[in-house]
Design a protein around this ligand. Sequence first.
Ligand SMILES: Cc1ncc(C[n+]2csc(CCOP(=O)(O)OP(=O)(O)O)c2C)c(N)n1
Ligand SMILES: [Mg+2]
Length: 320
Amino acid sequence: MLLSRVLEEKLGSLYRAGGRIVGGVYLGKGQEAFSAALGVQLQAGRDVYGPLIRDQAGRIAFGEPILECVRTYLGAVTGPMRGRDGNIHRGRPRDGYMAMISHLGSLLSVVAGALFARRLSGNLKDGVGATSIGDGGTSTGAFHEGLNMAAVEKLPLIVSVANNQYAYSTPNNRQYACKNLVDRAVGYGVAGYSVDATDLGACLNVFRTAVECARNGGGPQMIVGSLLRLSGHGEHDDASYIPNSARKGPGTGDCLVIAEQRIIDEAWMSEKEVRDYHAEARAKVDQAISKVSKEPSPDPFKEGWQALSSADLVEGQHEA
Ligand SMILES: Cc1ncc(C[n+]2csc(CCOP(=O)(O)OP(=O)(O)O)c2C)c(N)n1
Ligand SMILES: [Mg+2]
């Protein structure tokens, strides 16, 4: 959570400084607990993961080195997309780590499809798949089609719904008319859970339970976490449409601050140890940025045009 926060703050400042980052920067500020709590339950190699734009913490928890993130944002040819696709559109699909297409539901059927393909070829074993969606994304056709298919096939799919109260500038009361988004799980015959996504302990518990259920044949699991988006939609957006009144009250706090306070209150760590972790995270991020800054961009005369830019990523092809 902390490494994700520090990394994203750095990416945000590089974006605002101009020139270093092409395309947008989308942050998961305030969603780290919900995202990381899912990521730590998954195992690279065994499971499929399709993270979305607010899942930097989940990506790190899943095992993605921060260098892969920095190389993608800075367009280095050494990155997983060889500097050919930016920011959150990165992954290693051959390893079950899906490259994001869109934030609006399309990854649900991609992850469901990967699980189905593994089952048909006898490779699924006890693997599960997970992806995320926002409150706005649950209104899209892709979300409903994907979830229905996963439910009918009883696929071991975990869908984490981060209800951060806004879809860009659209508030919840203009987004859906059911009482709670978790009601949508019932309609598809899917197990549903609600959690305060600013509470790290609660998030860890709910994802542990859901992933275990999916591994043991319980079919799709949908977890709705409530929180508030603590950044703009992207760094180009100042979120001035969020009224101050929405920033108060339970479930609107900063999960990282809350988790650190709890760790100190419970005497699991001293304040100094927490500060040391901050310094360590800053050093790791600075090191990664400085290393990647010296790495080359792609050479258009040498690059091919595969959708997944390295030959190594394309199914069935390997670099010599
Ligand atoms: C078809 C389409 N329309 C619009 C967009 C731009 N867009 C990307 S994410 C987003 C809002 C998503 O809101 P939500 O699902 O609540 O996720 P959050 O951003 O809050 O994490 C929009 C409008 C898009 N990517 N695709
Ligand atoms: Mg939202």
